[in-house]
Design a protein. Structure first.
Length: 118
């Protein structure tokens, strides 16, 4: 019985370590600008531009907004009006996760520990 409990705790610890160590951009890098993407990673201009366009669209148009700016600012340091929903606010990403072969993902700077995953 002790071995089963120990094995279960070990499995939980392994999963937690994996999730903690994989970082915010698994398999890629986070860039603040398109120029930084081209210079640092050596990606071509078209790939970097398309990654940033995809990330901006996901961050500002495809995400569900907070109903007030105050609600958004409780979770994120910078927010701006949603481009589609009137009176909705979305967080401003601090960078874009660029992974070769995938669409760009926005990366947000978070405040606090109870932050929704967006």
């Amino acid at each position: 019985m002790r071995a089963v409990i120990f094995g279960l705790l070990l499995a939980i610890a392994a999963v937690m370590a994996f999730l903690f160590l994989r970082g915010e951009c698994p398999g890629g890098q986070v860039f603040a600008t398109e120029a930084e993407c081209r210079e640092t990673a050596g990606f071509d201009a078209l790939f970097c531009r398309q990654s940033f366009i995809d990330a901006r669209r996901r961050a500002f148009e495809d995400s569900s907004p907070f109903s007030t700016q105050d609600a958004c600012l409780r979770h994120f340091p910078r927010c701006e009006p949603h481009r589609v929903v009137v009176s909705g606010y979305v967080p401003v990403p601090r960078g874009t996760c660029v992974v070769h072969g995938k669409k760009g993902e926005p990366v947000f700077e978070k405040i606090g520990q109870s932050v929704e995953k967006r």
